[in-house]
Write a protein that binds this ligand. Structure first.
Ligand code: EPZ
Length: 420
């Protein structure tokens, strides 16, 4: 397994261009199953999760062509059973259920594994499908959904941690081909859900309210192909912005959507980071001494859970106490023990991490765990004195396109070490 060797203590300087959003492109790729006509998706990030989803679509019978950052999918004839092993490996694959149910009135996928950040149940997805008339059966590690007819319904998708992002996308996709009107209350408002809705509308779906807690879908007979450009990845942008602040550098971020980053930038500004806009470009640097701030993760438009670990690194470098509370996932502090190996002082009290910041970090070998925890370790390594080896870099390649190349472009001394 490859690792990244990082020589820290070098402020990042230069420009970085943000790639397409992983958490938009995965459900959008699934949505291509809703039509037999060809779909073109642009600004597709070069990620292992995208390659996985392409394999899943192919295993369902779709023709998939990925050339650079443009993807062409034609799901002319497809089957309703996904490849058990492939689907089990990537949580995001659950979002093929809605399109298969909508197109074929039946879907069988392997129950997505939990992962290191939590149990990751799909009860809300299944509740939505059942509300549309599907019969759900879970056996042998598979979940089967079958519906003679799919009928529009009013349903509430709020769960213990608020809304569900992929659950909203999944049910919305199934509802596009149901008979009648579906109203989803407590829908997720994330920009990625809006991007999926915009792709579906381009395919001929009738959807209003995406981006608000109430989404209304009026079913149609069939959908046609579409050509869509994926939104930029707000979490990748947040990661580079926090890396710029953590290394006391100055980085120009190109191609991001600042309106998707309000909560992150608000907290960073409170922490003393200067973020300025020139047209579509954002420039991030420190505006003086850093100040410790408290952060609580929330559904959009609150502070995103996917930027929590990265923000914790900035707080570990900031003199004072900051409390970081994770309200979306039950165990998303895997990065804490690894950050401690670099000298960070962080105590966990239930859903909160108490960060006693200000001690300088020093390099050490660390182990990546989930995607965003790994990104946090990279930022910490960039800010630490000495060399940090981040092992199991495949976690990073799932969600960050060419991360070592983009960091080198910013002056970082990062090398990808192939494991012999
Ligand atoms: C999406 O996961 C993202 N992944 C996650 O990003 C992101 O952290 C998450 O949304 C929250 O924003 C993709 O889009 C591929 P949820 P998703 O359903 O949709 C509970 C990353 O690092 N829940 O919004 O699976 C769940 O346990 C990844 O890019 C239920 O209880 O997340 C969690 O506590 C990590 N029942 C909360 O809701 C359900 O049926 C939010 O989960 C579904 C979810």
């Amino acid at each position: 397994m490859d690792s990244l060797s990082i020589e820290g203590g070098i402020p990042l300087h230069g420009e970085v261009t943000i790639s397409g959003a992983k958490n938009a492109v995965l459900p959008i790729m699934a949505a291509t199953l809703l039509t037999a006509e060809p779909c073109i998706i642009r600004r597709v990030p070069d990620l292992s999760d995208v390659k996985f989803m392409a394999q899943i679509l192919t295993s369902l019978g779709a023709e998939v062509k990925l050339e650079g950052n443009t993807l062409e999918v034609r799901a002319a004839r497809i089957k309703g059973v996904g490849d058990y092993d492939l689907i089990r490996k990537m949580r995001g694959s659950i979002c093929i259920m809605g399109p298969l149910l909508g197109r074929l009135r039946q879907a069988t996928v392997s129950l997505p594994g939990g992962c290191i950040i939590g149990a990751r149940p799909i009860n809300l997805h299944l509740k939505g499908f059942a509300a549309l008339g599907a019969e759900i059966k879970v056996e042998g590690g598979y979940v089967h959904a079958k519906a003679e007819r799919l009928t529009g319904a009013d349903l509430f998708l709020g769960g213990r941690a608020g809304s569900t992002v992929l659950g909203t996308a999944n049910v919305m996709m199934a509802a596009t081909l149901a008979d009648g009107v579906t109203v989803i209350e407590s829908a997720a408002c994330e920009p990625e859900v809006v991007d999926v809705a915009n792709f579906l509308i381009a395919m001929g779906a009738k959807i209003t309210g995406a981006g608000s807690p109430t989404i209304t879908i009026t079913g149609v007979k069939e959908l046609h192909g579409a050509d869509h450009e994926v939104i930029p990845d707000r979490i990748e942008a947040a990661t580079y912005a926090l890396a710029a602040a953590a290394t006391n550098g100055e980085v120009k971020i190109l191609g991001a959507r600042p309106d998707h980053l309000s909560a992150v930038f608000d907290k960073m500004r409170d922490a003393g980071v200067r973020i300025t806009r020139h047209g579509a470009a954002l420039t991030v640097s420190r505006g003086g001494d850093l100040k410790s701030v408290d952060v609580t993760t929330l559904p959009y438009s609150g502070f995103p859970t996917d930027a929590q670990a990265q923000m914790m690194v900035l707080m570990a470098l900031t003199p004072g106490i900051s409390i970081i509370t994770e309200r979306i996932f039950e165990s998303r502090f895997m990065h804490v023990s690894e950050l401690a190996r670099l000298g960070a002082e962080i105590d966990i009290e239930g859903p909160s991490a108490i960060v006693k910041g200000g001690r300088p970090l020093s390099g050490a070998p660390v182990m990546a765990s989930d995607l965003r925890a790994s990104a946090a370790l990279v930022i910490a390594g960039l800010a630490a004195r000495g060399t940090t080896q981040v092992n199991r870099v495949y976690h990073l390649d799932r969600g960050y396109e060419n991360i070592d190349g983009k960091l080198r472009q910013l002056g970082a001394r990062v090398a990808r070490v192939e494991e012999t």
